[in-house]
Ligand binder design. Structure first.
Ligand code: NAP
Length: 459
């Protein structure tokens, strides 16, 4: 028997576990997650109104319910949890699928003014991540600036203008639903530093902005035309050409009145967040111009956009995990086909998959081939692998060391509690938004335990 630990139960962790059990009949996989809930960004990143993408959870569920896969939630790996070196002692191999847990910084003055948030903080709040704080994101905001033109920027823009009626059917926590429903934001400026043909959003997501009730999408044809590829998109790859076509459609539409406006802006690079009293009041941008090589240069001309709320949506970044090598430039773990490299040499028994391997790009499905590549490397290494005692169950050792995971029954109990909460509110499933209620629900499961995670959360 080969015992493999997969650290992280998001898409990359689940696809890694799936490939392992599909390709090797003798493998047993423990999928560890620091949260008591599985699915990573599918649960805590995919926007609540994207039900179709969220339904991917049922595919990931079948992986975690496989007879040779075990979910061990509430088990942090690294400082304060199970050291990476200890995992290596307990398992024949460890695959780190820990994603990219933080966000990139803009590195400009005023970035941390009250009212300026990373998009991840906002997403975590409306997705009920138990570490998220209710920071009064929307209080007093009428105008919002979203910096960045990727799919996360599109998500947060859409959530800012959606009304209660559309959000009620989602699994969004009640407090976030109430706050968004009471929000007074009328104008959202989504701003890219390069041109429309270089935006990172995908066409389906972009187009959706045009179908939101009582919301107009506003673009300035003259600003779009600063991009030579907008004027002549014939040389663009199909995804970018489709984006440009959607934008052109909006540019050519007659202006329509609506309660809310999404203003898509381009060629504006943020240079400073300006205070109004103690709070953010505006973002100062420098107008940029295409440099002919896909980049932009500054023009020395500036523009301010008033905003009581700023969401910085400029991409995620990997976080170093104690005991694992880390490339500070790319925010990833150095690897060769998924094998972790220490000082350029393969580290036996250690692997990576997902965003910590290749950086925070691609859609959920991109993780499938990525995980397959890593698993192929791992299985090719088995013959030479230093093997652990086959009869020793790592969970017994972990328990003896004080780790009490939330197992699958505990997670199912959380799901039941979320269905009950939803029913009590006259909604469908509603997520539990904090550690205390998640762990209390998990403890109602048969065999549920007073988990180590509960002790961490309480103290
Ligand atoms: P992203 O796609 O990398 O987009 C980041 C955006 O931030 C880009 O427009 C980038 O502009 C801009 N940016 C970076 N640094 C900046 C700076 N200093 N100043 C101004 N702008 C800056 O990142 P993301 O939106 O966080 O998405 C991450 C991944 O998740 C992507 O692969 C995305 O497709 C995926 N995702 C998918 C969905 C979906 O399928 N529905 C939903 C959410 C996320 P430049 O291009 O000029 O660098």
């Amino acid at each position: 028997m080969l015992r493999v630990a997969v650290v992280g139960s998001g898409p990359s962790g689940c696809y890694t576990a799936q490939s392992l059990v599909q390709l090797s009949p003798g493998v047993h996989v423990d999928v560890l997650d620091r949260l008591p809930c599985p699915y990573g960004l599918v649960r805590y990143g995919v926007a609540p109104d994207h039900e179709k993408i969220k339904s991917l959870q049922s595919t990931l569920r079948t992986v975690l319910e496989h007879e040779r896969v075990r979910f061990l939630g509430g088990v942090p790996v690294g400082p304060g949890g199970v050291p990476t070196a200890r995992l290596r002692e307990l398992y024949d191999a460890v695959v780190y699928c820990v994603g990219a847990a933080t966000d990139r910084r803009l590195g400009i003055p005023g970035e941390d003014l009250p009212g300026s948030w990373s998009a991840t903080e906002f997403v975590s709040w409306y997705s009920a991540h138990p570490d998220a704080a209710d920071d009064g994101f929307l209080s007093g905001a009428r105008s919002a600036v979203v910096v960045g033109v990727g799919n996360v920027a599109v998500d947060v823009t859409r959530m800012l203008v959606r009304g209660a009626a559309e959000l009620r059917g989602t699994d969004m926590p009640q407090a976030a639903l109430d706050a968004l429903a009471a929000g007074r934001v009328t104008d959202v400026h989504m701003v890219g530093r390069r041109g429309p043909s270089q935006a990172r959003f995908t066409t389906k997501e972009l187009r959706e902005l045009g179908s939101l009730p009582d919301t107009a999408v506003v673009v300035d044809p003259a600003e779009l035309a600063l991009d030579p590829a907008y004027r002549d998109p014939s040389g663009l790859p199909a995804p970018q050409r489709r984006n440009v076509e959607v934008l052109r459609g909006w540019a050519e539409e007659p202006r329509r009145e609506a309660a809310r406006r999404i203003r898509l802006r381009f060629f504006l690079r943020p240079v400073e967040l300006l205070a109004d009293g103690a709070h953010v009041g505006a973002v100062r941008f420098e107008r940029t111009a295409p440099d002919g090589h896909g980049g932009v240069t500054g023009t020395g001309r500036h523009e301010e956009i008033g905003a009581e709320l700023v969401l910085r949506s400029v991409g995620y970044r990997g976080v170093p995990l104690e005991g694992l090598p880390f490339d500070d430039v790319t925010g990833t773990v150095p690897h060769r086909a998924g094998r972790v490299l220490r000082d350029g040499a393969v580290a036996p028994g250690e692997y990576v998959a997902g965003w910590i391997k290749r950086g925070p790009t691609g859609v959920i499905g991109t993780n499938r081939p990525c995980a397959k590549e890593t698993v192929a490397s791992l299985l090719a290494d088995v013959a030479a692998m230093e093997r652990r005692e086959a009869s020793a169950d790592p969970l017994d050792a972990l328990r003896a060391e004080g780790v009490e995971p939330v197992e699958w029954a505990g997670w199912r109990a959380i799901e039941r509690a979320e269905a009950e909460l939803g029913a009590s509110l006259g909604r469908s499933v509603v997520k539990l938004p904090d550690w205390v209620s998640l762990l209390a629900a998990a403890r109602t499961a048969d065999g549920g335990a007073d988990t180590a995670a509960a002790r961490t959360a309480d103290g």
